[in-house]
Design a protein around this ligand. Structure first.
Ligand code: URA
Length: 230
């Protein structure tokens, strides 16, 4: 009895239903196996607390629990939104930005990753409205670029020109619309934006809208102290 109460609490925390609903499912024999082989309706149970996933965010999806229209959470199993602790995106990407987006229910990790003190590098591929002029890399690397409406200059950022109207920008901070605003400050305009890396993580073979859980090694790399500024 004690064990099935514990199991019901555990499964309810993973979003499989209220404790009462899960207790009924257990009674009805829908939960089988044990330990790592636990199954619900024959399907392996979701990973326990401390889950981190990486998604290739598609364009047109908003990083919000509350807004209208397609939300990044619509791309996840509805059960994930019933997890306790809460499952949420690690920071946000603009609705039109694509690429690497992490989610977790690990509050301490979330705060570490989105803290202004985190200097984890994030890399963006920008498609620009106008050809690059040649001064942008030095401006972004200078540590003196002040964005409109702000006082504190941006930390030095690394720009690699990848085409006449295309560039790869690596930042170690994450201000609101930062990439778009940096290019605007340089007299250009970002037409499309894709985040290709978040720390050591890329999207690898994930198609837009697809996601996967991180491996233990990937989790360890995210939790390791970040070298460099910060
Ligand atoms: N910078 C932006 O301008 N937009 C994003 O979505 C991420 C970084």
């Amino acid at each position: 009895m004690k064990d099935s109460l514990k199991l019901a609490k555990y499964l309810a925390g993973l979003g499989y239903g209220s404790r009462k609903e899960v207790a009924i499912a257990i009674r009805d024999g829908r939960v089988t196996g044990e330990g790592e082989n636990l199954r619900f309706d024959g399907e392996p149970i979701d990973p326990p607390q401390g889950l981190v996933i990486v998604m290739n965010k598609p364009a047109g999806y908003t990083c919000s629990h509350a807004d209208q229209g397609p939300l990044v959470y619509d791309l996840l199993p509805p059960r994930f939104l019933k997890r306790d602790p809460k499952f949420s995106s690690v920071g946000r990407l603009d609705a039109e930005t694509t690429g690497v987006l992490l989610f977790t229910d690990d509050g301490a990790l979330l705060h570490k990753l989105i803290s202004p003190k985190s200097s984890l590098p994030k890399t963006y591929e920008a498609t620009l409205a106008r050809p690059l002029e040649g001064h942008e890399a030095a401006l972004f690397a200078s540590g003196t670029l002040v964005l409109r409406g702000e006082e504190k200059p941006c930390l030095p950022a690394q720009l690699e020109v990848t085409g006449e109207r295309a560039a790869r920008l690596t930042l170690t901070e994450g201000r609101y619309h930062q990439v778009r605003r940096m290019f605007a400050a340089a007299g250009n305009h970002v037409e499309a934006l894709h985040r290709s890396r978040f720390g050591a993580l890329g999207i690898d073979g994930l198609k837009p809208g697809e996601w996967r859980a991180l491996t233990a090694a990937e989790m360890a790399s995210l939790k390791a102290p970040v070298q460099g500024q910060g």
